[in-house]
Design a protein around this ligand. Structure first.
Ligand SMILES: [Zn+2]
Length: 208
């Protein structure tokens, strides 16, 4: 099962990808995490990426793709994988397809009101970047990470206005991507509302 999870920031796809990957025994590949790993290991690609990050610039597509290519070549990815956060637009989807064919594109459909509420309640671990939600997915101890005890932080741009703008930009970029996967017959749309558990059931039923 080679899948990509598509959804706006805050749709919960990262959490769902992590859970589904565990259940299916395949790696969860987030391009953000992969880039951070390369930087930590000070690899050639990592040092290059770090240059852009330090300058406050976006890491170019070609570099993200190179990192992804290296990761997909590792043995654990041969049985399948779940991509989280990539591709984000049609150009990236076409680049990816030159590298590997996907079996599924799972789209997390959210309603903007619910998304805003989720993001306002979202907290992220400062150390491991695990994402929590004070309402739907709280840590055992308020504002403390279950995994490493670090403080959870709230992103200042997770406010109503910023979220609405991000959502609009996202929809504009993603619409062509969805049509593309629709035409390939691999798109599955999941209502990303309700509990994390309920959504996971929907996700897994589309990945058989
Ligand atoms: Zn943590």
């Amino acid at each position: 099962m080679r899948a990509t999870f598509i959804g706006p920031p805050g749709a919960g796809k990262g959490t769902q990808a992590m859970m589904a990957a565990k259940t299916l025994g395949i790696p969860h590949l987030s391009t953000g995490d992969l880039l951070r790993e390369e930087v930590q290991h000070a690899s050639k690609l990592g040092l290059e990426a770090q240059g852009y990050m330090k300058a406050g610039k976006l890491v170019p597509d070609s570099l993200v793709l190179a990192v992804l290519r290296a990761r997909l070549a590792r043995p654990d990815a041969t049985r399948g994988f779940i991509l989280d956060g990539y591709p984000r637009n049609l150009d990236q989807a076409k680049e990816l397809e030159r590298m590997v064919a996907l079996d599924r594109a799972i789209y997390f459909e959210v309603n903007i009101e619910e998304l805003v509420t989720r993001l306002v309640e979202r907290r992220t671990c400062a150390t491991c970047h695990r994402v929590y939600n004070r309402k739907t997915q709280p840590p055992r101890v308020p504002d403390v990470c279950d995994d490493d005890g670090s403080a959870l932080v709230h992103r200042p741009d997770d406010n109503r206005e910023a979220v609405t703008t991000r959502f609009e930009v996202y929809q504009k970029e993603t619409a062509p991507l969805l049509s593309y996967y629709q035409r390939q017959g691999i798109l599955r749309t999941i209502p990303a509302m309700g509990s994390v558990k309920d959504i996971q059931v929907r996700v897994l039923s589309e990945m058989r």
